[in-house]
Design a protein around this ligand. Sequence first.
Ligand code: 13P
Length: 257
Amino acid sequence: MLNKVVIGNQKMNMTATQTRKFLNAFVPEVEHINCRVGICVPYTSLAICKRALKDTNVMFGAQNVSEFERGAYTGEVSSEMLADIGCKLTLVGHSERRKLFSEHNSQINNKIKQNLRYNITSILCIGESKRERTQGLTQNVICKQLDECLSGLYENELENIIVAYEPVWAIGTGQTATSKQIEEAVSFIREEIARLYTDKASKNIIVLYGGSVKPDNAKNFINIKNLNGFLVGGVSLDAKAFSELIQIYSGKSNKKK
Ligand code: 13P
């Protein structure tokens, strides 16, 4: 796996038709980039992604997955169903799901375990609220989320986990965390992984930052120690801005040699 990773989370925004148009504009711009690129789309756009992204370097994923394997769970979509259509990634535990749909750490842990059974990488979103940061609880929140969401996982299974540090107060607000705040959180996440597993696991796990990342501010984050890249919301809806962000971050031209 290349060290640099940028993944878009398009949330509940694109119809399948809009996804097709988006991919037509986006994929050629990131074709020869020195960065792993992915996009998490609504379930209804996954089939389009499968077709359009075949033989490209762009990965696609879902934004959620069921904590159950199969059965009478009306409206749910399982890891097995996602794997069957070639989906190799899903977000789990996004703060919008935690807040608006009352998802808690034990459910997120079940989702990760389901994904592991079907060889799907889970992008585990964690992060504190404004109030928790103000009260000095950032590390407690991160520690609890990691502990509970990764409970029962073996070290080798961390290969299928990406951690996305997304402070809730920075999501969709235009207010990014500072480089120092991100660096501190990323170091703490790696310390926790070392405590729960080993130094090797801590070094190898991919850690992303998400929260109001844009082409304008991406360069401020290039040198953050031990950060592998970004999880991008709003900007990932705009093919031009998203590819520009990726080009800035990867530091490479997208032009064919
Ligand atoms: P924004 O980039 O719009 O702040 O969203 C971040 C996010 O929620 C990615 O999962």
